[in-house]
Design a protein around this ligand. Structure first.
Ligand code: MG
Length: 169
């Protein structure tokens, strides 16, 4: 009996999750879009949980570590770095060897404010960052039904799933 698999279909699944504490006096960035709110993510970078979850999903699909390894919070060079810059830096690594993104599905967990006025903007913005058509990028928003820490308004969280496919065998 074979002990190692020699053929794999040309698909790679990735998933990512992130959560940040919400504090006064910080911008609330979601998918690279600033959302009007009295609080924002406490973070070394801009604390964009949506793009952080997406970056971890992309890295995860290629088994190339996690966001903390690529952008350590101990390194002053990454302080206040916009997450879209982090995303732009890891994309060539993930989209190497003939891999391309099939689709992305993201969910943000936030009690307030309501994100309905921002959903299409965030979807379009992330699609542009990934050079994908908007119908390949899903952005969903949920509350936490008042359960802390998200539901008490003390945190914002996000999850992301991604499918990569290989263009060349
Ligand atoms: Mg983060």
């Amino acid at each position: 009996m074979a002990t190692s698999q020699s053929f794999f279909p040309p698909f790679l699944l990735g998933q990512g999750y992130d959560i940040h504490r919400l504090v006064p006096g910080r911008p609330l960035m979601l998918g690279g879009v600033q959302v009007a709110h009295s609080m924002g993510s406490e973070a070394h970078s801009d604390g964009d949980v949506v793009l952080h979850a997406l970056i971890d999903a992309l890295l995860g699909a290629r088994a190339k570590g996690d966001i903390g390894e690529h952008f350590p919070s101990s390194d002053a060079a990454f302080k206040e770095m916009p997450s879209r810059v982090m995303l732009a830096r890891i994309l060539p690594l993930v989209l190497s060897d003939g891999y391309a993104i099939a689709n992305v599905d993201m969910t943000v967990f936030l009690e307030r404010p309501k994100l309905s006025p921002y959903k299409q903007t965030i979807q379009s913005h992330v699609a542009a960052l990934l050079a994908l058509p908007v119908d390949r990028v899903s952005f969903k928003a949920k509350t936490a039904e008042k359960f802390p820490p998200v539901g008490s308004g003390d945190a914002v969280a996000a999850s992301a799933g991604i499918l990569l496919y290989r263009l060349t065998p």
